[in-house]
Design a protein around this ligand. Structure first.
Ligand code: MG
Ligand code: MG
Length: 309
């Protein structure tokens, strides 16, 4: 079981890209019954409401293309602090907000893990690698940069200094299917484990995840999960600005969540990129609530937990 209570933290971050709407995400999750679903599973749940970014720094963007640079820097500091504080009291669940919120949440969780003397592992469930830096992003959208920041790449000098960079070998990306050649080369030059949909089609989604969870277990690590709506196939989760066909199916995604629950290693979760403005009668918000419930113990069929030992 994850540390209790589950702490819901609204992070209405909308600065990581140009298309607006993710600021409505936290309230969409609330409306879709996230707290009730988790309480119904026997968890103690507290909702700390929504954060707002601190004062904007003076920072001038080093490149003109960078969108909402100072605002994203401000959010990063606020979220890192919130993650560190909440992690001492339970399991933070960040209700996004776009994926730029993970610059802060992962940085904060890494600092928390370091203070506890535990290695932090990060599971990135996403169609994209999010491994650009402010110097390399073509779009200027900083929601494409969190993995570069938290693993300590240069180019983030205006951002809060990282207390504890996450070692690249502790990161696993699953669900990739929209990766340009430069991004692919950049990822392949690291120790990160990158699992694309081709591999999932050939071998199933359980195998690479099992491999990664075994590593987390062997290192006695704790695990931060960052769930981008676009990990899911747009047929079940259309409310995202970056839909890419061929994503995880309902069954694949639930298997991932159930395996994560069984691992007992999840210490924190980001729910990111939900844009309720693009949703169909709350369909995507509801699917994300179902995923979260699955991660925290809901089962379609009850069966004895498989022994991993
Ligand atoms: Mg993403
Ligand atoms: Mg994505």
């Amino acid at each position: 079981m994850p540390p209790t209570p589950l702490i819901l933290i609204g992070a209405p971050v909308d600065s990581g890209k140009r298309r607006r709407g993710c600021m409505m995400g936290p309230d969409a999750y609330r409306t879709a019954g996230l707290a009730e679903a988790l309480t119904g599973l026997g968890h103690e749940v507290t909702d700390r409401g929504n954060l707002s970014p601190g004062a904007l720094p003076e920072a001038r963007p080093p490149r003109e293309v960078l969108h909402a640079y100072a605002e994203t820097i401000a959010w990063t500091g606020t979220l890192a602090q919130a993650a560190k504080e909440a992690a001492q009291a339970g399991t933070p669940v960040f209700l996004g907000g776009d994926h730029s919120l993970s610059l802060g949440t992962v940085a904060g969780m890494a600092a928390h893990a370091q203070a506890r003397g535990r290695p932090l592992f990060v599971l990135w469930l996403d169609a994209h690698t999010d491994y650009h830096t402010p110097m390399t992003t073509g779009s200027g959208n900083l929601h494409g940069t969190p993995l570069a920041y938290v693993t300590g790449l240069p180019g983030f000098e205006d951002f809060p200094p990282l207390e504890a960079p996450v070692p690249a070998e502790n990161v696993c990306l699953i669900g990739l299917r929209s990766v340009d050649p430069e991004e692919r080369a950049a990822i392949e030059g690291t120790e990160m484990e990158a699992v694309d949909m081709r591999e999932i089609d050939e071998h199933g989604i359980g195998k690479p995840l099992r491999r990664f969870l075994d590593r987390v277990e062997a290192a006695d690590g704790i695990l931060h999960v960052s769930l981008d709506v676009d990990f899911l196939d747009p047929a079940i989760a259309p409310a995202v600005g970056t839909t890419v066909p061929g994503g995880a199916t309902f069954r694949e995604a639930h298997l991932v969540m159930e395996m994560l629950h069984d691992s007992g290693r999840v210490c924190s979760l980001d729910l990111v990129e939900l844009n309720p403005f693009l949703d169909e009668r709350g369909k995507t918000a509801s699917v994300m609530v179902d995923m979260t419930a699955s991660l925290f113990g809901r089962r379609v069929f009850d069966r004895p937990t498989r022994s991993h030992g």
